[in-house]
Design a protein around this ligand. Structure first.
Ligand code: IPM
Ligand code: MN
Length: 368
């Protein structure tokens, strides 16, 4: 399989972890006889410094031609006081919109070795395995341009959704649920907000098409509570942009593995942008100690969702899991009695696992 991948390292540790993902993908390409080509472009604060904009035209053009995009992270204190159009986050919002990446998938899976680092009691969090499907290109983030009125003393932000926008995200969530445990929680605020009422109606209509999926409706406030009191209740959660932003941050810390969490942002045709859930960690950038696992696991999601290479995706995930089980870990992970390693060594261990475990080696060498 031939694929062209655009790398957007962005800011802070984004630069380091993206190299790790590239090394892993090169190993996968070699083992499975694929041909992956890579091209690097700028986004975020780095792009502001180089080109005076968080999302240069060249970046948009390159990503439009790509089969998939890997993004490190954007942001940092250096740009915190910039005016809003010159903030690194604008680059991220701009590329989501430019590529129509409306479906944001954020899986939260616990690693046994890390559960003790959860803020919840281990017996409550053990067994949690959920997927948040967040609408990413509509809602309050992208309403009519926000405006100040009354000499700056009043403000208007617009929350708008069309039937089409809701239907397509709900469809993605039903499809995700049917290959998992078949349980979908649709989260809204239908007791107050009009867009949530339409959302609920559409989920009700859609469920006839997915008889294999059980659906419940839940309000966003009580869902925030239940994520803490009973996280194993959930399988797939689908919700609008802002609710999804908040709930996915909440969910990301449940399993004590923030540094391990990947995400995917997909277009209708499954082209996608893949990024770790963690940020740019400017305090540790450039030190060679960043945890590359979330970025590497994001590249596994790319193999699965955009390239439909399930075996390859599983091998990457298994490699990360097995290296963690061996006790090797970066400084952000609290693994008792393990061996502390840096970004390069962690990556090498994962690459080595892929190279030694892949059975294609044996098929070629043993049956010649
Ligand atoms: C995220 C981030 C972004 C968002 C910010 C950086 C604009 O928090 O990916 O969740 O709110 O969508
Ligand atoms: Mn967020």
């Amino acid at each position: 399989m031939e694929k062209h991948i655009v790398l957007l390292p962005g800011d802070g540790i984004g630069q380091e972890v993206i190299n790790s993902a590239k090394e892993v993908l090169e190993a996968i390409a070699e083992e499975f006889h694929h041909s992956f080509s890579f091209e690097q472009q700028e986004i975020g604060g780095t792009a502001i410094d180089l080109y005076g904009t968080p999302l240069p035209e060249a970046t948009v053009e390159a990503t439009k031609k790509a089969d998939a995009v890997l993004l490190g992270a954007v942001g940092g204190p250096k740009w915190d006081n910039n005016p809003s159009h010159l903030r690194p986050e604008r680059g991220l919002l701009g590329i989501r919109k430019a590529l129509d990446l409306f479906a944001n998938l954020r899986p939260v899976t616990g690693f046994k070795q890390l559960l003790h680092a959860s803020p919840l009691k281990e017996e409550i969090v053990a067994g949690s395995d959920l997927l948040i499907v967040r609408e990413l290109t509509g809602g309050l983030y992208f309403g009519q341009p926000s405006e100040r009125r009354d000499n700056g003393n009043a403000v208007v932000d617009t929350l708008s959704y069309t039937r089409h926008e809701i239907e397509r995200i709900v469809d993605k969530a039903f499809k995700a649920a049917r290959v998992r445990r078949g349980f979908l929680t649709s989260v809204d605020k239908a007791n107050v907000i009009e867009s949530s009422k339409l959302w609920r109606e559409i989920v009700e209509e859609k469920k006839a098409e997915y008889p294999d999926v059980t659906v419940e409706h839940a309000l966003v406030d009580s869902t925030a509570m239940k994520l803490i009191t009973n996280p194993t209740h959930f399988d797939v959660i689908v919700t609008e942009n802002l609710f999804g932003d908040i709930l996915s941050d909440e969910a990301s810390v449940l399993t004590g593995s923030l540094g391990m969490l990947p995400s995917a942002s997909l277009r209708e045709d499954d082209m996608g942008l893949y990024e770790p859930v963690h940020g740019s960690a400017p305090d540790i950038a450039g030190k060679g100690i960043a945890n590359p696992c979330a970025m590497i696991l994001s590249s596994a999601l790319m193999l699965r969702y955009s390239f439909h290479l399930e075996e390859e995706a599983k091998l990457v995930e298994e490699a990360v899991q097995s290296v963690l089980e061996s006790g090797a870990h970066t400084g952000d992970l609290q693994i008792k009695g393990g061996r502390l390693v840096g970004t390069a060594e962690m990556t090498k261990l994962i690459v080595d696992y892929i190279k030694t475990q892949h059975p294609a080696k044996c098929i070629q060498d043993c049956y010649r």
